[in-house]
Ligand binder design. Sequence first.
Ligand SMILES: [Zn+2]
Length: 650
Amino acid sequence: MVRYAEVALNLSWESETLVYEIPDNLKNLKAGMRVLVELNGVRKEGVVTEIHSNEPNYKTKPILKQIDFEEVVTKEQLDLAYWMKDKYLSSLGESLFLMVPKGRKIQKKKYEDTHIAIDKLHKLNPEQSLALSSIQKSEQHTHLLFGITGSGKTEVYIHLMYEVLSQESGTVIYLVPEISLTFPTIQRIEAIFPGQVAVLHSYLKTQERFQNYLDLLNGKKRICIGTRSAVFAPVRDLKLVIIDEEHDSSYKEHSSPRYHARQIAVKRIMDNKGKLVLGSATPSVEIFHLAKQGKVGLQKLSKRANIHSKLPEIIVKENESQLISGDLQFKIADRLKKKEQIIILLNRRGYNPFIYNKNTKEFVQCPNCSTTLCYHKESIVRCHLCGYRTNLQKIKNEIGQEIDLLGVGTQKLEETLLESFPQARIERLDQDSTKNKEITKQALEKLESGEIDILTGTQMISKGLDFANVTLVGIINANHGLGIPDFRSTERTYALLSQVSGRAGRAEKRGEVVLQSSDPSHPVIQMAMEQNYESYFDWEINFRKELGYPPFQRLVRLVFRSKMDDKAAKQAVAYSDLIRSHSKYDPKTISLLGPAPCSFFKIDSNFRYHILLKSNDISLVRDLLSNIKDFFKKDNNCYVEYDFDPLDLV
Ligand SMILES: [Zn+2]
């Protein structure tokens, strides 16, 4: 009897599986293994989801090769992929290929007996102990650990992990926004749970990453630490998921399936009857709203863990003509003299973010995007949306010499600091400097050992850094970000200002923050200065309620993109017409906005239009769209993005 395999390929347009014939020599093939197959003359990797003997009504091709000789996808992951397909209207294969890293099985590593180094656990303070026991005793599966910066959330996480690891079985997933900024914490966890930690991140070598994946799959290691996609780790009996800095936007995937790690974690925790702990000093508005309503547990840490540490004092200054105000210059000089360290944030990359054409009185735009080009050091000119690169000479050749370079980015800030403080040791961390993760790690080690006086950079440096000798934080152009036309722009700005301020004075020495803004009286700047998240939340939640934004209404965004403007526009109109005429569409329960051109109308030569759907009940929208999705007449030149609970609308 001929046997067939259902194979999921990493394709956006094939929502489920294709059937292939299993050759006689592949007797041991099982669901959950990867195979090599041919599709339209191209060889592709696929995941076998099922084996059966039902001949399909089309001519099948044989499987070319078996890649794995043991299952690399668990039953839970397979179920999760089906669930995601329905939840995010994505394809099965896209979800499965998010879960399994590339790579092949190599030789077995030797494993040593491990023990928990209980003597390395720190004793918790009364607030931490209360949070820990409340989470442990609670019936609720999800908890927000709302703790001010420096309040010692990590220690609570470690005690929760200890509880799981001291049992016979049970596993932990610990998610962080950025691995390279988390090395000190990872080292601490490895020291407490030796041999139990597998880190999954994208800059490990392929084989090493795959080996870590197998160690989790085979239960050799019980703690997985990683960024967003580590939420899919193939661990069994998942008892605890920790999402640190849960408000961070990196937890949302930006290509299909556009999942949020928190939603996946909730699903896995419910299925496994475990606990999910979300930690933040500036929780997302949605989660804090749920916590206030009692729908997720709320544990507060209101004091800094170091009893001698106080929250820093924040001074707000109006932007002056100089980049670094006289006051901030004076304070930097003072800290340098005292051999204390300084962090200066400017949330803008490059040297001069704007190139101004004096003849046309316009900013020079990227040829592929509706955004301006940014001038970087050494005459390089780049687009931050699509990565387009050129140089200043070429631009001058095209449009003439009449050019002004305007605005300030981190490269210019670094240079200005070097000019003002030639003796200081200065390092810069931003997306340009950290392509190589080793550089980030080294920079942080240097900050720790006192080999850096001033660390400067973009929002990267706001995340989780904990260095006792940093006593001054300067924020340049603090209001940057408030002007972005997006309903989350104040939430993001508040979190950024509050998080970076929290880097100051985490130990005995009192910290100070100088916040420079062109609009010092802006309510968000004022509230960040007071460091009172709850007053910010009360202000923001009213605005969300009035405008019907999350958490009061859920959003679904559809983006239509095409190299041809008219195709994208036509498809967007056709889709909205379909929605309006569909029997499941009721304007009383679902509001439809658009179609309209996106704020970033063109990205990477793709023209973009969007439709926004709002509802109290997202399942109504999901039901409507999954009905339309299959009979909507697609144009092969236009791609449709489905984004449930989008983080931005630009
Ligand atoms: Zn571009």
